[in-house]
Design a protein around this ligand. Structure first.
Ligand SMILES: C[S@@+](CC[C@H](N)C(=O)[O-])C[C@H]1O[C@@H](n2cnc3c(N)ncnc32)[C@H](O)[C@@H]1O
Length: 186
C-alpha cells in the first residue's frame, strides 16, 4: 500500500528547505572518516550535504519510493529498513542523524533502542524534531492528524528521558522557534 511519503517522494526535495543544516552539523561533530547513518533519511535530502571523502553515508528508510531518489546522489547508500528493526550489527555507526522522522516511526521507544544499539561506543546521535511544545509544531501535528499520518510527537525532554533511561548521555539543544535537537552520546 502506498503511504504519504511514497506519493510525495518525486517532489520531496523540491518542496523542502534548502538550508545548510548548520545546527545539525555543529551538533553532529562529524569525523573525517567513519560511518554515518541517516535513519528515516528519505531521499537523503539532509545527509547528502554531509558527504565527504572519508565519511560513508547510509540512508535507511521504509519507503522504497523515497529511497529511489537517493540513487541519484553519489556515494550515498540506501537501505530499506524499519527504524525499529535495523539490519546492522551492534556498535556499527560513528554518527547517527534522525531529522523530522522520529514522530513518523511506528514506535519511538523501539526505534530509539535500536538506534542506540547500532551506535558505536564513543559515537554520537542527533535527533532533530519539530518541537511539539511550540505552536508551529502543534499546527503541523494537527495537519498530520487530518491527513491520517499517525504521527506521534514526543517533546525534547521526553526523548531525552528515553535516551537517558537506555543508558546513554543525552541533552537538549533548543535554538529556533520550530525545531529542537536532542543529542545522545554512547
Ligand atoms: C518527513 S520524512 C523525513 C525524511 C528526511 N529525514 C528529511 O528530513 O528529509 C520522514 C521519513 O521517515 C520515514 N519513515 C516513517 N516511518 C518509518 C519507520 N518506521 N522506519 C523507517 N523510516 C520510516 C518515511 O518513509 C519518510 O521518508
Amino acid at each position: 500500500m502506498l503511504d504519504h511519503f511514497d506519493i510525495i517522494a518525486p517532489i520531496y526535495d523540491k518542496i523542502l528547505d534548502h538550508s545548510d543544516h548548520g545546527t545539525l552539523r555543529k551538533l553532529l561533530q562529524l569525523p573525517e572518516n567513519g560511518l554515518l547513518l541517516d535513519a528515516g533519511g528519505g531521499t537523503g535530502r539532509v545527509s547528502s550535504k554531509f558527504q565527504s571523502a572519508g565519511l560513508k553515508v547510509i540512508i535507511s528508510d521504509l519507503s522504497l519510493k523515497m529511497l529511489s531518489q537517493v540513487d541519484k546522489k553519489n556515494s550515498l547508500i540506501p537501505v530499506a529498513a524499519h527504524a525499529e528493526c535495523l539490519p546492522f550489527a551492534d556498535n556499527t555507526f560513528d554518527r547517527i542523524v534522525v531529522v523530522d522522522a522520529l514522530h513518523h516511526f511506528c514506535s519511538q521507544q523501539e526505534s530509539l533502542a535500536n538506534l542506540i544499539r547500532v551506535l558505536k561506543p564513543g559515537g554520537r546521535m542527533v535527533i532533530e524534531e519539530p518541537d511539539i511544545r511550540r505552536l508551529p509544531a502543534r499546527l503541523i501535528a494537527i495537519a498530520e492528524k487530518i491527513l491520517l499520518m499517525r504521527s506521534h510527537f514526543l517533546s525534547p525532554p521526553e526523548i531525552e528521558k528515553i535516551l537517558y533511561e537506555s543508558g546513554v548521555k543525552a541533552f537538549v539543544e533548543d535554538e529556533n522557534d520550530f525545531a529542537s535537537w536532542v543529542v545522545a552520546e554512547k
